[in-house]
Design a protein around this ligand. Structure first.
Ligand code: COA
Length: 260
């Protein structure tokens, strides 16, 4: 179905693997289009509760395909900008999926590869993985990924890392908030499976509502979002899943949505 993506479904879990290993899963306009198509399909698929995003071959992703970036110089300014907007739309589509996206980072996540990590909800990395917003080393800059990276790593780390293009290790990626767990390579799949298990014991509509709430509340004063947060909890605790979860807790049983 896709040329550069491998998709495997295991019950409520979708395993999506970037599959362009010859160029270390660098992505060009075709990969961007496929990712967008995949995300649009997943957003309306009621059977999925978690996504695991990984890379085939030696690394997770070497980011934007340098040949594609160079080629855009020959395009009209309009086409050049339209192409960039397509990348933004793809990142937005993944970022706002109503299910949990877990990034599985091995080898390297550089440039847009680190940008893809930033649109995941949870990121697990092997301890020897290398990260970097390396774009300035190639004469370009981390532009389309910046709205997704900044809320994760903050302005201070961005000023250091965007402006130097320096590579950094998984421990640093975790310290700045890009990564949530760092494990030896042979424990990477187990760490991912742990998070999948956590997600599958959480209420799907509660998870989706919590994910949608975060960007609406972030950076705003409590009084500004009081009505929104009240409306959100009122809706959720009155919903079938809210009722099932609260009742199951009081009855000392698993809620119906738990998958073991
Ligand atoms: N765009 C296009 N091609 C890329 C690429 C990219 N971002 N990253 C790697 N490749 C290509 C290389 O040119 C090479 O092609 P070749 O086989 O025709 O020579 C192939 O992928 C393998 O790359 P190589 O560097 O030999 O692999 P490696 O396993 O030793 O190292 C990386 C992997 C990811 C650490 C290294 O390729 C790298 O640092 N890439 C650049 C990452 C980057 O700065 N991205 C930001 C882009 S804006």
């Amino acid at each position: 179905m896709f040329r550069y993506l491998q998709v495997r479904r295991d019950g409520p879990v979708e395993y999506l693997t970037l599959n362009r290993p010859d160029v270390r899963n660098a992505f060009n306009d075709e990969v961007v289009a496929e990712l967008r198509q995949w995300a649009d399909g997943l957003a309306v698929d009621p059977g999925v509760r978690a996504v695991v995003l990984a890379g085939a071959g030696k690394v997770f992703s070497a980011g934007a395909d340098a040949a594609w970036m160079a080629r855009m110089a020959a395009a009209s300014r309009e086409d050049n900008e339209r192409d960039a907007l397509a990348t933004t739309a793809m990142l937005r589509a993944i970022n706002s999926l109503p299910v949990v996206v877990i990034g599985r980072i091995h080898g390297a996540a550089l440039g847009g590869g680190s940008g893809l990590a930033a649109v995941c909800d949870i990121v697990v990395a092997e301890d020897r993985a290398v990260f970097g917003f390396t774009e300035v080393k190639l004469g370009i800059l981390p532009a389309m990924i910046s709205p997704f990276v900044l809320p994760k790593i903050g302005v201070s780390a961005a000023r250091e890392l965007f402006l130097t293009g320096a590579r950094f290790d998984a421990a640093r990626a975790r310290a700045i908030g890009l990564v949530h767990d760092v494990v030896p390579a042979d424990q990477l799949d187990r760490a991912v499976a742990h998070y999948v298990g956590e997600v599958l014991s959480a209420a799907p509509t509660g998870v989706a509502a919590a994910k949608a709430l975060i960007p609406q509340v972030w950076g705003r004063a409590p009084e500004e979002v009081a009505a929104l947060t009240a409306r959100t909890i009122a809706g959720q605790r009155g919903s079938a899943e809210g009722q099932e979860g609260l009742r199951a807790f009081l009855d000392k049983r698993d809620p119906a949505w738990v998958v073991r």
